[in-house]
Design a protein around this ligand. Sequence first.
Ligand code: FES
Ligand code: MG
Length: 591
Amino acid sequence: MSKMTKDKLRSRDWFNREGDPEITALYLERYLNYGLTREELQGGKPIIAIAQTGSDLSPCNRHHIELTKRVRDGIIAAGGTCIEIPVHPIQETGKRPTANLDRNLAYLSLVETLYGYPIDGVVLNIGCDKTTPALLMAAATVNIPAIALSVGPMLNGYWNGERAGSGTVIWKARELMAKGDIDGDEFMEIAASSAPSVGYCNTMGTATTMNSLAEALGMQLPGSAAIPAPYRERGQISYETGKRIVEMVWDDLRPSDIMTREAFENAIVINSAIGGSTNAPIHLNAIAAHLGVPLDNDDWQNIGHKVPLLVNLQPAGKYLGEDYHRAGGVPSVVAHLIGGGLLPHPGAITVNGVSMGDNCQGRAATNTDVIRPLENPLVTDAGFLNLKGNLFDSAIMKTSVISDDFRKRYLSNAGDMDAFEGRAIVFDGTEDYHRRIDDPAENIDENCVLFMRGAGPKGYPGGAEVVNMRAPSYLLKQGIEALPCIGDGRQSGTSGSPSILNASPEAAESGGLALLKTGDRVRFDLAKGTADMLVPLDELAERARQLLADGGYQVPESQTPWQQYFRDLTNGLDKGMTLRGAPSYRDVARK
Ligand code: FES
Ligand code: MG
């Protein structure tokens, strides 16, 4: 028995207003003008929006323009009417100053669109990094039936016969160029080799992470997250997605029924097992906030840290998106976790109306080097740590990418396997970093810890992905590949640096980082979860007084109105960078 009936459809309030033919006519006539019929708009068919994120401006999601044809076919086959709606573009690699600034703008505009128009259900065209959280956040606020459709990763890239992963190969090329091994043209060639087809980043960067987590949260059809964009199955799952959203409207299955606290706990565990991006806590904390589900960075450590890394994808491992899909994708990761009793809530319901456990049970990986069994993980305890101290209240560290070299070099230098100390080198923004990093006068050596501040959501509107700083070229030439990096900005999910990032409060919010000076001694204890500058209390108090007298930590001026509105309203990265007050608007379509 379906829970929704024709006369209760939301869209009726526009197209079939009881006893109000005049208003109905006004709403109706313009939608007829491009060829829709009264039967499609008034015949009791659910009106399904396709939230279109694909465009020429958004290459990662552009293939959605093709896939949408199949989604439409599915919607019509199931008895729905389809209305495609534009979403504010968010291209990770094209938008200045950062695509993350526009996550909340796309969120706001999609909320208005879904709320203010006759829409009964929505297909969320997800893909490139911030499109996924923006659309899930909007679906959470409006809370009409919603299903996500990933555009899928690009095919594997190759360079010199080796897999060349999106982003990851760029970080590698950056080091080669700094050492003088390649020139600018070779850099371009390497970059292009990693982008061989339509689709999003083929590494386990923020895109593959967030698309996998959309499935882990139950918001995509099982097995759909990892299908490469050009594959036949991508078109087929698009058709199935279109059919399913119509059924979801009749079942009245809403985001708040699916994205429960249990679903988020599952997603945290799955994020550790896939080696997910450090952007994931920001975005999932935001989605949860918009649903009123409590979730914070302590949950990420408590629920996720002890989970092993099973997925062998770059940057933590060696394979790419096609391999991930062929090996079984998210359902296989979940099957392995269930086998070891590590999935906390197999009973969590998903968009197809079936539980996560029943969807994935028995779907063990077909290639156990790509998706490892629990007995043979790439890393044990692969989840994030949430560090705290006088430097910040919360910062995330992705332990799964700590290299053996890094472990040997640093995680013993303080006489303790889990701690490291060093001399702070503090950069205020990327220009400062580029100006000073290779200057021998800075005297940066292997005992230094690099700090990037002024790169949080307020300091650099949206938060810059700049915490993964490369070491000075003279150290690289000596074979020192990486220095520890700490900052209030973010880091690309495609980077393999074991940085400590997303530090909150940020320097621009007068967080502890604002008080740090180059030359200070700093200490990090991963076992205790602490991060401190070893500066006497009275000295810190004096610095805080001086900072206040100077008018606080100085940030560059905003360049656009939205940058300033964003800065005025944003919460910290630990709170998901939501807009102040926005999470209190819930379930708005029912009001
Ligand atoms: Fe769009 Fe990576 S840049 S997915
Ligand atoms: Mg990114």
